[in-house]
Write a protein that binds this ligand. Sequence first.
Ligand code: NAD
Ligand code: MG
Ligand code: MG
Ligand code: MG
Ligand code: MG
Length: 336
Amino acid sequence: MSTTVPTTAALQSARIAVLGYGSQGRAHALNLKDSGLDVTVGVRRNGPSWEKARADGLKTAEPAEAVKGADLVAVLTPDMVQAALYTDAIAPNLKPNAALLFAHGFNVHFGQIAPRTDIDVVLVAPKGPGALVRREYEKGHGVPCIYAIHQDASDQARDKVLAYAAGIGGARAMLIETSFAEETETDLFGEQAVLCGGATELVLAGFETLTEAGYQPEIAYYEVLHELKLIVDLLHEGGLAKMHQFISETAQYGDLTRGPRVVDAGAKARMKQILDEIRDGRFAKEWVEEYKAGNGNYRALKQKDLNHPIEQVGASLRARMPWLNPAQPAVTTVAP
Ligand code: NAD
Ligand code: MG
Ligand code: MG
Ligand code: MG
Ligand code: MG
């Protein structure tokens, strides 16, 4: 953790290009601009993000044009398109001593991008989705960020990365230094084993257990999916202590005695295998090959999730709880 609060000073006269205008790209570009920095969004002229960025009051240019003359380029496109973007638009156009910034270390850490040696390579990853990064900034706050320096060609990489983190609001909250390896490996592990992979499989197994035993799917949905948010919010706000404080003694006793039987030493051993596959590059290799082969397996698995019975009962129950997600129908088909 840093002791003095970083400012945007090191980027005050810099030209910043933000490539990609999705979850993170939009939030970073708007926050940097509102912090008084010079931002151009690099997006495809015919793509949907071009008009959106313009309507938000930002300058736009084709990615290669945005990179030319930039002192810092933030790569905020999907991870799987970054290697081609680096080869086509970034490497031929980036000035020596300019900084290349990522929000996730995947491509650099797993060798999909071998950055030129005459540039800085840094990382700033906010610990929250883009919408929150923007919303907290607008309120005068910020979302904590982790940052890393992979390569320091200009001798100013640290000043630049801290100034960027300040520009998107992260320094108002907290900045923690990490490495590309630690950010990448822990991020992948978290989403695979716990946040996305682990949590959804736990929900589905619980739903199947109840419905196969003859309980109504609507009741099962409320018990294992809907109410998960209440518990996660308590954990998020106050850890295990706050959850224990707000659930019944019966729930606490069941949690303490039954939870470890569901997520047991076998589950932890399998988590360790998942972590090993991340660390030795097997997961990265598999995902890059899947993407290059056209994502057939990825799409089929995703469609299987969307076809699960919990999705039908969920859609009809959520339709009666309009406060949950106004005007956002659930996606039930995977786009090609
Ligand atoms: P996203 O999918 O929301 O948006 C990506 C944007 O990139 C699109 O909106 C589009 O403007 C652009 N784009 C898409 N395909 C392109 C192509 N072929 N060429 C050029 N531009 C293209 O992405 P995201 O979730 O904001 O992720 C961006 C980066 O941030 C990733 O490295 C991701 O790992 C990282 N990250 C995301 C989050 C998050 O909450 N979503 C959190 C931390 C880090
Ligand atoms: Mg993450
Ligand atoms: Mg991730
Ligand atoms: Mg799943
Ligand atoms: Mg209950």
